[in-house]
Each structure stands twice: as structure tokens, then as C-alpha cells.
Design a protein around this ligand. Structure first.
Ligand SMILES: Nc1nc2c(c(=O)[nH]1)N[C@H]1C(S)=C(S)[C@@H](COP(=O)(O)OP(=O)(O)OC[C@H]3O[C@@H](n4cnc5c(N)ncnc54)[C@H](O)[C@@H]3O)O[C@H]1N2
Ligand code: MOO
Length: 444
């Protein structure tokens, strides 16, 4: 019986449960650990997750302010709402955004600019467009620190030589018109963001608006990512005969980072000691080891040779691609590091990551675990090995039918063009065109 046909004892769901048991406690410990603290304008803050509930020490807005450029008035000074004819008020002292609030002088209309503090005692704002004249002529602005200098009933607000020291209004506003009340956005002491919130730009803006300068965020898992194989060459180096460029380290590093992990990517040759020494030397600064390659039935299986004696279990999973898998805690030279070992074929590595690890990391990063599966009709007949849960890559055609690419796990170009993963469950050997097939959107 060939390796491909050998019945595998473990189902993908069983392996996923095993990985969750291994990685779950690692992520839980990170959630309980002392948070990282990032400045609210740190470029690395977007996408991080709040470690604690954050409350506002001030109300937002911090003071009553004007929603419009216009005049602050006391509604009572404008007379009865039903009365005919214009209401004329003397122009009082002006307030611009940034000025402290000043007392409102009874019987005046006080120019206020958008965002300016409402003069104390005024109870409505009339937009400048509704005033006559509908513009501000020369204004007297008390400026910073002038609040105490303004005496109620004192000097008129418009400059003495202003062309218009009075303003007329045709209508009477409702009390509160165009006033943005202190605390109407967020009362003092209110929760700005609960613990566990993934930070979006708007949330960052809200924190800054509340004066939060430093944000405690959840620690991210640090992954030591190792791609193995004597044939695996760094992109940019000359490609010797029999060798291939390293696709897996960049692919997996990008996928892990997109799922919220910090990644140290390293390439090692097929020497088991190179891997055990690496884990013993650098593993302590990481929470998780992820490897690609070196785990199947060949003569030089570096990862299996290094990590099986160190405590990692290698098994065949009833899936294709991704048949060979390793999972367990690797004990190397005093370092104990949870390890996941993916097969070397690039598609196998990518699909293994999507199935077993990325959903766990995404949840820790405040992201949805993955997209839900849905049923779509197949555009063509498909065969599948019945002893394997097959994961096929593909896309939807113009009619919304599923078009699959061939199953081989070296077909990275097809993977890069795929928009979906299709599931053909254990026990199914054939699906006819038109039959429903379970798919999930795929973004790795
Ligand atoms: N006799 C058997 N042979 C194989 C079996 C089996 O059951 N019996 N399983 C096959 C399956 S399925 C897979 S998957 C692979 C897994 O092999 P390894 O995990 O040991 O991976 P490697 O042999 O190291 O590499 C496989 C393949 O992928 C290429 N590769 C590896 N790393 C990279 C990389 N970083 N970037 C690009 N390409 C990479 C490598 O050159 C090989 O072509 O085993 C089958 N064999
Ligand atoms: O199970 Mo392997 O991952 O098909 O190529």
C-alpha cells in the first residue's frame, strides 16, 4: 500500500482539537500577561487588541460648544415665538474655538464659531445664515484669559466703529438649538473601548480625543518559523541545479503576521542538530515553533529526526493536502516550546496553517476566526480519494458555480489565484457537476 493510500487514523477535526489544546494555553497566557503599552500615535497600534477596558477621564465633548458659526442667544431675549417682525439684539463678545467660556450678557447675541464654548447663560445658537446681516463684521474677541474681564451688562461686543453693532433674527430658535452638549458623545467615566477590542482607526481617534496617550495592548504570540531542506534557497541567491526558492517561509510569515503573530523566520539545512540547537538557543524568546518540510517518509526528514525525540508527535492525518503533521511540545536543551510541523509542499503548508493554526491566532488578534462555510454548486465533476478529506482550491465562475484547480500540492500558482477552499469530506469518491460542495473564502 503506498503512502498516499495508507489509511490515516486521525481526522482533520481531531488534529485541529489537538492543536487547539497545544496552542490555546499559550494564547491564554499571553492574554493574562502584563500588557504591552503603545503610544496612541504608534504606527504599530492599528490592529492591536486592547488588553484592558479603557474609560474616559473626561466627558466628550468636554464643554457645551457650538455646532455652527453663528450667534449664541438667550431664547427668552427674542420674545414670543409667534410674534411678527424681526428680533433685534445688540452684538455681544465673540468666542472662537479654543477660547475659554465667557459669561453671556443678557439681551445680546454673542458671535460663536463652530467648536467654540457656548457663553455661560446662552441657551441656543442661530446659524449666521439665519441672521441679518448674514455675515460677521468686525468683532471684538476677548481672547484667552479674558473670561474674567468681561462684565455682564458691560461694553458692547461689536467694535465701536463696526458698521453693524446689531443683528436681526426672523425666527426664535428652540432652546438647545445647535448646541453640542458636554458629554453628549461620551460621558465622563464611560467605557471608551472594552477589553479585547481590535483597534480600528476610529477607536484610536476616540482614545486620543479622550486624552489617552498610552494604550495597553494584548501581547502577540512570537513565532519561530523554520523552513527546512537542503534544496531550499533564499530568493535573490543564484538557484543551483536541483534547488528551489523558499516559498514557505515568506508565505507562512505573511499569513502568521496577518493573523496577528510576530514572526522570526529562519532557513536551516537538513541537519537535525541545526534545528535542536536553534530551538535551544532562540526558542526561549518565542511562544511557538512552526516548521515546514522534513516530516514525511524520506531518508532525510530533518524536522521529524530532530523533534520526535524531543517530544513532538508525528502522525498521518486523513486529509489531502496536509497529510503528514507534527504537533507537541519540543524540549530542546532546557527550552520547552509548543511546536507545529507542517509538510513542505507549499500548498500543504498553507492549507495546514489555514486549517489548524490561523483561526486560533486570528481570534487572539480580535479577528474573525475565518469565513463561514457555504454550499455552492460544482461547475464540473470531481474525484477525491475517499479515505482523505480533500481540500481543493478554486474560484467561482460568473454563475456562482465552483471551479476547482487540480489537487497536487505543488501548484502554488493555482493557490495564489484561488479565492476559495472547497471541502470534499471523508468517504466521498466523486461529486457530479451541479452537486453542492462546501466552500469557504480563502485569503492565504
Ligand atoms: N513515500 C512517501 N512520500 C511522501 C509521502 C508519503 O506519505 N510517503 N507524503 C507526501 C506528502 S502528502 C507530502 S505533503 C510531502 C511532505 O514532505 P515533507 O514535509 O517531508 O516535505 P519535504 O520533503 O521537505 O518537501 C516536500 C516538497 O516541498 C518542497 N519544499 C519544501 N520546503 C519548501 C519551501 N520552503 N519552499 C518551497 N518548496 C518547498 C520540497 O522541495 C519538496 O518538493 O511528502 C510527500 N512524500
Ligand atoms: O498531504 Mo501532501 O500535503 O498532499 O502534499
Amino acid at each position: 500500500m503506498s503512502g498516499a493510500d495508507r489509511p490515516a487514523a486521525t481526522t482533520p477535526a481531531e488534529h485541529a482539537a489537538r492543536v487547539a489544546e497545544l496552542v490555546g494555553p499559550v494564547l491564554a497566557a499571553l492574554r493574562d500577561a502584563e500588557p504591552e503599552r503603545l503610544a496612541v500615535d504608534d504606527p504599530g497600534l492599528p490592529g492591536r487588541v486592547t488588553a484592558t477596558e479603557l474609560r474616559s477621564g473626561i466627558p466628550l465633548p468636554p464643554f457645551d460648544n457650538s455646532q455652527m458659526d453663528g450667534y449664541a442667544v438667550r431664547v427668552a431675549d427674542l420674545g414670543a415665538a409667534g410674534r411678527a417682525g424681526p428680533r433685534i439684539l445688540r452684538i455681544g463678545a465673540a468666542t472662537a474655538a479654543g477660547d475659554p467660556p465667557i459669561p453671556h450678557e443678557a439681551g445680546t447675541a454673542a458671535p460663536v464659531m463652530t467648536g467654540a464654548a457656548i457663553p455661560i447663560g446662552a441657551d441656543a445658537v442661530i446659524p449666521i445664515e439665519q441672521a441679518d446681516p448674514p455675515r460677521f463684521d468686525a468683532l471684538r474677541r476677548p481672547g484667552p484669559g479674558a473670561a474674567a474681564d468681561v462684565e455682564p451688562g458691560g461694553a458692547p461686543g461689536a467694535a465701536d466703529d463696526a458698521p453693524s453693532a446689531r443683528v436681526a433674527f426672523a425666527t426664535v430658535p428652540e432652546p438647545g438649538a445647535f448646541i453640542r452638549r458636554r458629554g453628549s458623545d461620551l460621558p465622563a467615566g464611560a467605557v471608551i473601548l472594552p477589553a479585547g477590542t481590535r483597534l480600528r482607526p476610529s477607536g484610536i481617534g476616540l482614545l486620543a480625543n479622550a486624552g489617552v496617550a498610552v494604550v495597553p495592548v494584548r501581547r502577540r504570540p512570537r513565532v519561530l518559523l523554520v523552513s527546512t531542506g537542503d534544496e531550499v534557497t533564499a530568493p535573490g541567491a543564484p538557484l543551483a541545479p536541483g534547488r528551489v526558492y523558499d516559498a514557505n517561509a515568506p508565505l507562512l510569515a505573511a499569513a502568521l503576521r496577518a493573523a496577528g503573530a510576530e514572526v522570526t523566520a529562519i532557513r536551516i539545512a537538513d541537519r537535525p542538530e541545526a534545528l535542536t540547537e536553534l530551538v535551544a538557543g532562540r526558542g526561549g524568546a518565542h511562544e511557538l515553533l512552526v516548521t515546514s518540510g522534513g516530516i514525511s517518509a524520506g531518508a532525510f526528514e530533518v524536522v521529524r529526526e530532530a523533534l520526535a525525540p524531543a517530544g513532538v508527535a508525528f502522525s498521518g492525518i486523513a486529509m489531502q493536502p496536509g497529510g503528514p503533521q507534527g504537533a507537541g511540545v519540543a524540549a530542546c536543551g532546557g527550552v520547552r516550546l509548543p511546536a507545529l510541523c507542517f509538510p513542505g509542499n507549499p500548498v500543504s503548508s498553507a492549507v495546514s496553517a489555514e486549517l489548524f493554526l490561523l483561526p486560533l491566532l486570528r481570534l487572539h488578534a480580535g479577528l474573525p476566526a475565518g469565513t463561514a462555510t457555504e454550499l455552492r454548486p460544482l461547475a464540473h465533476d470531481v474525484d477525491s480519494p475517499p479515505r482523505k478529506h480533500q481540500l481543493r482550491r478554486g474560484r467561482l465562475d460568473a454563475e456562482g458555480r465552483v471551479v476547482l484547480t487540480p489537487p497536487s500540492s505543488h501548484l502554488l500558482a493555482d493557490l495564489a489565484a484561488a479565492e476559495l477552499l472547497a471541502h470534499i469530506p471523508l468517504g466521498v469518491a466523486h461529486l457530479a457537476a451541479g452537486s453542492p460542495i462546501e466552500i469557504q473564502r480563502f485569503d492565504v
